[in-house]
Design a protein around this ligand. Sequence first.
Ligand code: KIV
Length: 262
Amino acid sequence: MSITIRTLQKRKQDGGKFSVLTAYDACFSRLISEAGVEAILVGDSLGNVIQGQTSTVPVTLQQMVYHTECVARGNQGSLIIADIPFMGAATLERTLEAATALMQAGANMVKLEGSAWLADAIEILNRNGIPVCAHLGLTPQAVNSLGGYRVQGKDDDGAAELLDAARILDQAGAALFVLECVPRALSAEITRQVAAPVIGIGAAPECDGQVLVMHDMLGISPGKPARFVRDFMADTGDMRAAFKAYDAAVKDGSFPADEHCF
Ligand code: KIV
């Protein structure tokens, strides 16, 4: 059975959890969806893990379209979310062009990084039948403005701004949220206050869903893993088992644990 946005909304209403992983090709898309993971994110993190770049800034729309097509071919019923890459929200025209291309490549939803200023884009995309996942907190495409990959919303002003942005975008019709590197208490509060399901990464177990970059949770990304990452392949050395263990840990609430939160 295929997962839709309604499946995730119902999960939130019922107090259940759902899991999300990134994938960039048909083979991993198949394995991840067969493991029961509800949504696959074709993330622009492909810039880091596929291309070996130091940020997501160089990733182009053409590359996102290619990887979305690959993921769609292998997918066995998970919801596919595709990232609108760097500068894709700079003008409404660019956003509409990117969203059209990604939906036609096989995405079920697009993800936009930003803040309250995404409201207009979300409304226009919704009117045209395109659900939007709003990515708040640490938005990696803005790494140069943020001055590094840092936890967001740590002080009172930053926390109030993030909560406001989430409320505004919820009102504007965001279908999902991603909260990245946001303190646990604030993440839990945002999850309570918005109607749309919230997916955490370096956020809180109270979020409705969790996402990790596939290479990180397999323990095969180079360098020191981020605090919010757990290596799910360490126990068995088996990828299929790792995807299932991740899905189970998200659903039983054992991931993320305290040590993965800020
Ligand atoms: O690009 C990506 O993989 C992401 C996740 C880190 C949420 O945006």
